[in-house]
Design a protein around this ligand. Structure first.
Ligand code: AVJ
Ligand code: FE
Length: 450
């Protein structure tokens, strides 16, 4: 276990982690990745991030979601012979990406019964058939309607499968397409979207990249639902924290750039790239393990009022922890603790005389000391930051993706989990969830002032 930080001792800088300011100047040249921005390299374990550095992939490869198989390698490196070929090439890549993502989605649910697909397994989650039809409705909306100007294939479904018209709490009680029709709807929209790509092209490719990622995000949501209902196709294989040095990574204070590089694919909430001033801080090289979490519980951490925030304590007293269906005996002691709420993460950090990193600290540490942080991508990591827009934020291509969640108490998570596709596991990607939620595959990494 990592000892609580002791401010009186000189920092034990790891020789492999240079001072952040040294690295900052050499790695922040604003040069985009030379690779195609979108398709992962063979093996599906790479993703473009700030400075062209990849977020290390999770070690755990046991669950289909983490494999990224079938996603074609990028071919952005060959010089085209004429402009027509460029377009063809990009269109081919993007449609191959969409097809690979779809195969992955279908593979993740193919073992489920009709009843499993239709059931509302949790009031905070959608029935799986809702997610599946929503994926198709989103694709039809963006690729066929908005991009190519066609009418919607099934306009009568638009309201039911719009996330805002039909919030999660209502989805269980509605008449939804049965599984067979859902799969048919998905296939029909896909056929249309591919035809449209042939006739109208893919534009700059942004919407196709967005639609592929939207499906990938929903497959993670579906895996959360399946985990709650004990329907996962196999047990996720998680890395062992004991394979890594348990130590603090020290980062000097200074000015740092945060956010997506101008040329990389990114969501609106990762822009614009901007400077932040950070004080020196340290961040744990490894996430908190199941074993360490058990020690916290055995010490009475959940009974100790002073470790909890006011809202966290209220949540605890209202029985928040008992509602959790996940994170039981199946967890190996040496793997990153998963499925804890922000409130719990906060209390744990306090018990260790530490705190959660801010999202800016997390991004800087991940970008500058990528080799120093282990197990990134095995569990999402709670930060202490409330989801908000970066200075100069502009919603794109729609306000409901990010903006409607700003400044409403949603907490930022960084890194990615075993269920996150590598395309979404980048140093700048911002995820968010409510502080009481623990269905998300999230744990924590400690930080403290330097
Ligand atoms: C980024 C995971 C919080 O599920 O609400 C899916 C992703 N946005 N469809 C969510 C998303 C629209 C989003 N999260
Ligand atoms: Fe969605």
């Amino acid at each position: 276990m990592i000892p609580a930080p002791n401010k009186d001792l000189p920092s034990s800088r790891d020789p492999g982690v240079p001072s952040s300011r040294d690295v900052q100047s050499s790695r922040d040249p604003g040069v985009p990745s030379s690779r195609g921005e979108d398709a992962p390299v063979a093996g599906g374990e790479d993703a473009p991030v700030a400075g062209g550095e990849g977020v290390p992939a999770a070690r755990g490869e046991g669950v289909p979601a983490a494999r990224g198989e079938g996603v074609p390698a990028a071919r952005g490196d060959g010089l085209p012979t004429d402009s027509g070929e460029v377009e063809l090439d990009e269109k081919g890549q993007l449609t191959a990406l969409l097809e690979a993502v779809r195969q992955r989605t279908l593979r993740l649910v193919c073992h489920l019964s009709e009843a499993d697909l239709r059931a509302c397994h949790s009031p905070i989650m959608s029935p799986l058939v809702w997610d599946l039809a929503h994926i198709a409705a989103h694709e039809d909306l963006w690729l066929c309607h908005r991009h190519a100007g066609l009418g919607l294939l099934r306009p009568e479904l638009a309201e039911t499968y719009d996330a805002f018209e039909t919030p999660r709490a209502l989805r269980g009680g509605m008449r939804l397409l049965p599984p067979e029709e859902t799969f048919q709807y998905m296939a029909e929209v896909r056929e249309r979207a591919l035809k449209v790509a042939d006739s109208a092209g893919v534009g700059d490719g942004f919407l196709h990249r967005l639609v592929a990622r939207h499906e990938l995000q929903h497959t993670e949501t579906m895996l959360q639902t399946m985990a709650l209902a004990d329907l996962l196709p196999e047990t996720p294989s998680m890395p062992s924290v004991s394979d890594h040095d348990d130590r603090w990574v020290e980062i000097d204070g200074g000015a740092f750039s945060i956010g997506a590089q101008p040329h990389a694919f990114s969501y609106d909430n990762e822009r614009p790239r901007h400077q932040v001033q950070l004080k020196a801080f340290r961040i744990s090289a490894v996430p908190v393990s199941v074993q360490e979490w058990r020690e916290f519980e055995e010490e009475g951490g959940c009974e100790c009022r002073s470790l909890w925030s006011q809202r966290g304590w209220e949540w605890l007293e209202a029985g928040g922890r008992r509602q959790r269906a996940l994170g039981t005996s199946a967890e190996r002691a040496d793997t990153p603790k998963c499925n804890i709420s922000f409130f719990e993460a906060e209390a744990y950090a306090k018990a260790r005389n530490a705190r959660l990193p801010t999202e800016q600290e997390w991004e800087v540490a991940c970008t500058l000391a990528a080799d120093g942080l282990s197990c990134i991508g095995s569990v999402w990591e709670w930060t202490s930051s409330i989801f908000t827009g970066y200075p100069g934020f502009v919603a794109f291509p729609y306000e409901e993706y990010s903006e409607v969640f700003f400044d409403r108490g949603w907490v930022v998570l960084r890194g990615g989990s075993w269920a996150t596709h590598p395309l979404l596991r980048t140093a700048t990607f911002r995820n968010w969830d409510l502080p009481e939620r623990s269905q998300i595959f999230a744990g924590l990494r400690l930080a403290s002032d330097g």
